[in-house]
Unconditional design. Structure first.
Length: 107
């Protein structure tokens, strides 16, 4: 199994938002991102999903009320309820990885 295939094994099915996993590629409010946190928080009751958006359209950097839940760039982080998260398909995720691996080097 290649590293890309291992990464894909964590991609969510569209029918199972309760199976959110860290590093899964998702869309929230029409914006793509990566799951960085799944669980309860001290700022509100219930289950929350912390997502690092691909663009600086977020509200935080993984810190809420002085507590760090995950690491991400400034204004790239958001917390949403699991019901607001849409999983990106494995095919889209794989094509994205393939394109980045082939044409771009990380900064």
């Amino acid at each position: 199994m290649s590293s890309s295939e291992r990464r894909l094994s964590g991609v969510l099915s569209k029918d199972a938002p309760s199976e959110l996993t860290v590093d899964a590629r998702v869309e929230v409010q029409g914006k793509p991102g990566t799951v960085k946190f799944v669980g309860t928080t001290s700022f509100q009751t219930g289950k929350w999903v912390g997502i690092e958006l691909d663009t600086p359209n977020g509200k935080n950097s993984g810190v809420v009320q002085g507590k760090r839940y995950f690491e991400c760039r400034t204004n790239h982080g958001v917390f949403v309820r699991p019901s607001q998260v849409k999983a990106l398909s494995a095919e889209v995720h794989f094509l994205g990885l393939e394109k980045n691996d082939a044409s771009e080097k990380p900064p």
